[in-house]
Design a protein around this ligand. Structure first.
Ligand SMILES: Nc1ncnc2c1ncn2[C@@H]1O[C@H](COP(=O)(O)OP(=O)(O)OP(=O)(O)O)[C@@H](O)[C@H]1O
Ligand SMILES: [Mg+2]
Length: 367
């Protein structure tokens, strides 16, 4: 802190020339009467004569003498100094007054600390924090991914053992019931019961087969296929439902080649599950948008609906086996879909807003 110094205009060395603080002294009229080498250096001037006698406005942005003199002393004031060629330098300044006979203002002393390095440091810190946060989000996403694949692997093991234990006896039961059915005439009331048993046992058989399919996707038959044609097939398969629910279809297909190496049957099944879910989410009209885009490395398919959306709490469960919010839903559609996409080394992401709609984004490697 500067105190008890004589602040007259002077070209000789002054008592605070050796201070590391950036010191400027101004007259009560706001004219620079002294400036030490540290402040000259900070402002980028070689000689103090270039500034002595000049207004403080020359070196301080938005300088207001009235405001400063009315509030003296001021501690840690955030100001912008102006260096040579108007270079802005953020500083923290302590501003004190020297008075004659305890009353009349003799001079104002500005002792500043350069904050540019601190600002840069804060900026860098903020950037590092943002990077850290984004890496943390990536880490969490890959952890979710690992948990999901572990869950699927677990389901696979369970499915395999269920299939092993249930499949053979079930086949025998089905054969036995078929025989029973033959034993009754069509108008025999017992024939109806047998038919119900048969239908249910076949449903169990279907569920086990589906579970096996999603747990251990069959070997892929990879060939070059046009994914746009494949999407057209999916739309054709759902045409009747789409029309009866008054759903408008919007296609925005990439103009670039959509030929990728994939298992046509599996991939068609995966997209069919997504489209059926979208259609089921819009029972009373809506819009189904299918967009594709391609860059050097990935082919992206977005399937968007304007349906009921997925509640936040459900979104992490939709790929889980047997998760379904639908009456009569099996909850394997997206599990199968996930298995197919992952076995093609692709990714599937979902974004959803309740009562607004859902978008599934499938990204497949081009090579
Ligand atoms: N486009 C969508 N809009 C709203 N909810 C969706 C959408 N897609 C999936 N879901 C939610 O995800 C759940 C799981 O979907 P998934 O396809 O796996 O099973 P499902 O459709 O219920 O039954 P199924 O096995 O017959 O397909 C659905 O029950 C639904 O809650
Ligand atoms: Mg489904």
């Amino acid at each position: 802190m500067i105190s008890g110094m004589d602040a007259t205009v002077n070209n000789q060395g002054s008592p605070f020339d050796d201070l590391i603080d950036n010191v400027i002294i101004a007259s009560p009229e706001g004219l620079i009467t002294e400036i030490n080498p540290a402040a000259l250096n900070l402002l980028g001037y070689g000689r103090k004569e270039e500034l002595l006698g000049r207004s403080m406005c020359k070196v301080c942005k938005d300088f207001s003498l009235e405001k400063i003199t009315a509030n003296l002393p001021l501690e840690n004031c955030e100001m912008i100094y102006l260096g040579r060629r108007e270079k802005e330098i953020p500083v923290h300044v302590n501003i004190t007054a020297r008075r004659d006979h305890q009353t009349a203002l003799n001079s104002i002393i500005f002792s500043a600390r350069d904050m540019s390095k601190t600002r840069t440091l804060i900026f860098e810190l903020t950037q590092s924090r943002e990077k850290l946060e984004s890496s943390y989000a990536d880490l969490r996403a890959s952890k979710d991914e690992v948990v999901r694949s572990e869950k699927l692997a677990f389901t696979g093991r369970i499915a395999a053992s269920i299939a092993h234990e249930i499949r053979n006896p079930l086949t025998n039961v089905i054969m036995g019931i078929h025989q029973c059915a033959k034993a009754f005439k069509a108008d025999d009331p017992r024939a109806k019961h047998v038919e119900i048993v048969l239908r249910n046992v076949e449903r169990i058989n279907y569920l086990i087969t589906e579970l096996l399919n999603c747990a251990r996707p069959p070997k892929l038959d990879m060939r070059a296929h046009d994914i746009h044609k494949l999407l057209e097939n999916v739309l054709a398969a759902t045409k009747t439902k789409i029309a009866s629910q008054k759903i408008q279809v919007v296609k925005s297909f990439a103009s670039k080649s959509a030929v990728l190496s994939l298992d046509k049957e599996q991939m068609e099944r995966a997209f069919l599950n997504i489209v059926i879910n979208a259609v089921e989410a819009m029972p009373k009209a809506g819009q189904l948008t299918i967009m594709t885009a391609r860059d050097e490395n990935v082919f992206v398919v977005k399937i968007q609906d304007t349906g009921k959306g997925i509640p936040d709490g459900d979104i992490i469960r939709i790929f889980d086996p047997f998760f379904s919010s639908k009456q009569g839903g099996v909850g394997l559609g997206l599990t199968i879909c996930y298995g197919v996409i992952v076995s093609h080394h692709g990714t599937i992401e979902v974004e959803s807003k309740l009562k607004a709609g859902t978008t599934f984004t499938v990204s497949l490697p081009v090579r």
